[in-house]
Design a protein around this ligand. Structure first.
Ligand code: ADP
Length: 161
């Protein structure tokens, strides 16, 4: 049976930190589905469709990586996709408490779906989508932090090209 993992998140927008987690995850699992959360309570910079499109462009070289969006409960979505695992990245201790809570709740909802944590590549431990958005707002250089297509999309959003 092929092992499918879901890599959930807002990805608003995808960064090289996300890409690193997905690339490493794709070496361990048969298939990784990047699942963009359609979170109605957050005001995103990019629409879900834009985020999915940017991720598809960025991961087109990874043959066992798919991109999708979902709303509602992650565990329901994982069941629907017949996934056996959820992959999350951990940056700092500050991520830990929230992620422990989420993993525990998800295990309570479905014991068959395991959450796997991957330590950030130390080069990206400070990197988040929020930081990227803040920098891009002030036209700072984000070329080391996001893939090229995302850099372009950020410039377009801010009317710079
Ligand atoms: P954020 O908005 O905080 O950047 P997301 O909600 O899009 O993050 O995150 C999706 C997943 O990617 C989460 O598991 C998060 O911990 C992980 N992640 C985000 N940035 C990094 C990074 N720089 N290194 C490792 N994991 C990361």
């Amino acid at each position: 049976m092929s092992k499918i993992a879901i890599c959930p998140g807002s990805f608003d927008p995808i960064t090289v930190g996300h890409l690193d987690i997905v690339t490493r995850g794709a070496k361990v699992f048969d298939k990784v589905i990047i699942a963009v959360l359609n979170n109605r309570s957050k005001q995103p910079l990019f629409s879900v469709e834009e985020r999915v499109h940017l991720i598809k462009e960025t991961t087109s070289h990874l043959s066992n990586v798919g991109v999708d969006s979902f709303d509602g409960l992650l565990i329901e979505y994982a069941r629907q996709k017949k996934a056996s695992a959820i992959i999350k990245g951990l940056r700092a201790v500050s991520d830990f408490e929230y992620e422990l809570q989420m993993a525990s709740i998800n295990r309570k909802l479905d014991e068959e779906i395991e959450t796997f944590f991957m330590m950030t590549n130390h080069h990206y431990s400070y990197l988040s989508s929020s930081i990227v958005k803040e920098l891009a707002k002030y036209d700072a250089d984000v070329s080391d932090l996001v893939p090229q297509n995302v850099q372009r999309a950020l410039q377009e959003k801010h009317g710079r090209i």
